[in-house]
Design a protein around this ligand. Structure first.
Ligand code: PLP
Ligand code: COI
Length: 362
C-alpha cells in the first residue's frame, strides 16, 4: 500500500538529554555508539499496509520472543548521512537512492516495499526533530539508520505477515580511528556472498556472516576485511562495509562490477560519475588479488581506496593474506584519492555546486 501521506504522531520525550550531555557527545561523537533523543517508527501489516507513523523517544522496543526476525533474520537496513550546511541549512545526500536500495533489499528478503517518499519523509522527520544533534567536530554528520524487521510471532519458515520500520540517528565523526593515514586490510579465506545469494541486499545476515572474518582481521592488526568471490576465490569483491577502487598509473580507475554479490554502493556510484566528469576512465570489471599484488609491485597501480557512507573515501595502504603483505603506493593517501574525497565532501556539505541533484535540503 502506497501511503506517503501518513501523518506522524509525536510522543513527547519525558527526559531528553541535557544540553551538557549533548554537547559532550557532539564534541566527540566517535561512530555508532551515541544516539539522538528520538526515533521514527512505522508499522506494516497485511490488512493495513503502512500505518502508525510515530516519532518516539529513543529507547528499547518490545518484541515477541517468537518474532521471526529473531529466528530467521528477516531484516534489512540502510545508512545515510545528514549534513549541516555552511548557511545553517540541513541536507541529506541522495536519500532517494537509499530508499530505492532499501526496496531492492526488501524484495530480496520477501518484505514489503515502503513508498520512497515515505522512507525519505521518515528520515526527514527524525532529522528535523533532532536537529540539535549535529556534531560540532570537523567532518561530523548525523548518521541515519533506517531499518525494517519481521515482527510476526510465528516459527514456521515463510515470509512474515507483519513488520516494523524504524529510523534512528547517531552523531558521527570518523569511522576509522583518527591518526592512521591509510587503512590496512586482511584478505579473508571466508566468503561473504555467493552467486544467487543475498550479497547485493543490505540485510543483517550478510553482516552476521562477516563477523568472524572481521574479528580475524582485527586480531591480526588490520582495520577491515576484504572478501574475494565465492566461486574462484580470486576476484576482489568488497570490504566488510565498503566498496573498493583501484587507481592505475595511467590515471584510469577500476572498481569491481555489480555482479549480484556486492553491495551497490551509493558512494561508489557517485564517485564513478565524479571521476568520469574529471575526464578519467572508470571501468567496472574484474580485478584479481594476484593482479593487484603484481600491479602494486610494478608501479602500475598507484592507489587503492575504500568508499562508503560511513567511511566516505578512505585510502588503503596495506593488504595482507596468508602469503604475506604488500604496500600500495607510498602506503599513505594517494593524490586522486584525496582529490575525489575532497570533491565528494564539498558537494555533500554544500561547499561545491551540486550539479547532480544529490543534495536534498530538508
Ligand atoms: N559495501 C558494504 C558491504 C556496505 O556495508 C556499504 C555501506 O553501506 C558499502 C559497500 C557502501 O555503500 P554506500 O556507499 O551506499 O554507503
Ligand atoms: C554505511 O557505510 O552506512 C554502512 O552501513 C557500513 C557499516 C559498516 C557502518
Amino acid at each position: 500500500l502506497a501511503d506517503a501521506s501518513l501523518s506522524f504522531t509525536r510522543v513527547p520525550h519525558p527526559a531528553p538529554a541535557s544540553a551538557e550531555v549533548r554537547a559532550q557527545v557532539l564534541a566527540n561523537p566517535g561512530f555508532g555508539t551515541k544516539f539522538s533523543d528520538h526515533m521514527v517508527s512505522i508499522e506494516w501489516s497485511e490488512d493495513k499496509g503502512w500505518h502508525k507513523a510515530e516519532i518516539l523517544p529513543y529507547g528499547p522496543i518490545a518484541l515477541d520472543p517468537a518474532a521471526s526476525v529473531l529466528h530467521y533474520a528477516q531484516e534489512i537496513f540502510e545508512g545515510l548521512k545528514a549534513y549541516r550546511l555552511a548557511d545553517g541549512g540541513i541536507a541529506l545526500f541522495r536519500p532517494h537512492a537509499n530508499a530505492a536500495r532499501f526496496n531492492a533489499s526488501a524484495r530480496r528478503l520477501a518484505m514489503p516495499e515502503i513508498p520512497e517518499e515515505l522512507f525519505v519523509e521518515a528520515v526527514r522527520q527524525l532529522v528535523l526533530t533532532d536537529n540539535e544533534w549535529f556534531p560540532t567536530v570537523e567532518g561530523g554528520s548525523l548518521y541515519l539508520r533506517p531499518f525494517m524487521f519481521a515482527t510476526e510471532a510465528f516459527l514456521g519458515v515463510r515470509p512474515a505477515k507483519s513488520y516494523r520500520f524504524l529510523v534512528i540517528a547517531s552523531p558521527a565523526g570518523n569511522y576509522f580511528k583518527s591518526g592512521s593515514p591509510a587503512v590496512s586490510i586482511w584478505v579473508s579465506d571466508y566468503t561473504r556472498a555467493a552467486p544467487g545469494g543475498t550479497g547485493a541486499a543490505k540485510c543483517g545476515g550478510n553482516y552476521a556472516a562477516s563477523l568472524v572474518p572481521t574479528a580475524e582481521a582485527f586480531a591480526r592488526g588490520h582495520d577491515q576485511v576484504l572478501f574475494l568471490d565465492a566461486a574462484q576465490h580470486m576476484w576482489v569483491e568488497e570490504l566488510g562495509g565498503m566498496n573498493l577502487f583501484f587507481v592505475h598509473a595511467d590515471g584510469s580507475l577500476i572498481t569491481p562490477a555489480l555482479t549480484g554479490t556486492i553491495l551497490p554502493g551509493i558512494t561508489r556510484e557517485s564517485l564513478i560519475m565524479l571521476a568520469r566528469e574529471e575526464g578519467l576512465t572508470v571501468k567496472e570489471g574484474r580485478y584479481s588479488l594476484d593482479q593487484w599484488r603484481e600491479d602494486a609491485a610494478s608501479g602500475q597501480l598507484l592507489e587503492t581506496f575504500a568508499c562508503g557512507t560511513a567511511a566516505v573515501v578512505t585510502p588503503v595502504g596495506k593488504v595482507a593474506d596468508h602469503n604475506g603483505e604488500f604496500v600500495i603506493g607510498t602506503g599513505g593517501p594517494g593524490q586522486l584519492t584525496q582529490k575525489l574525497r575532497q570533491r565528494l565532501v564539498a558537494i555533500q556539505r554544500g561547499d561545491e555546486a551540486d550539479t547532480h541533484g544529490w543534495v536534498t535540503r530538508i
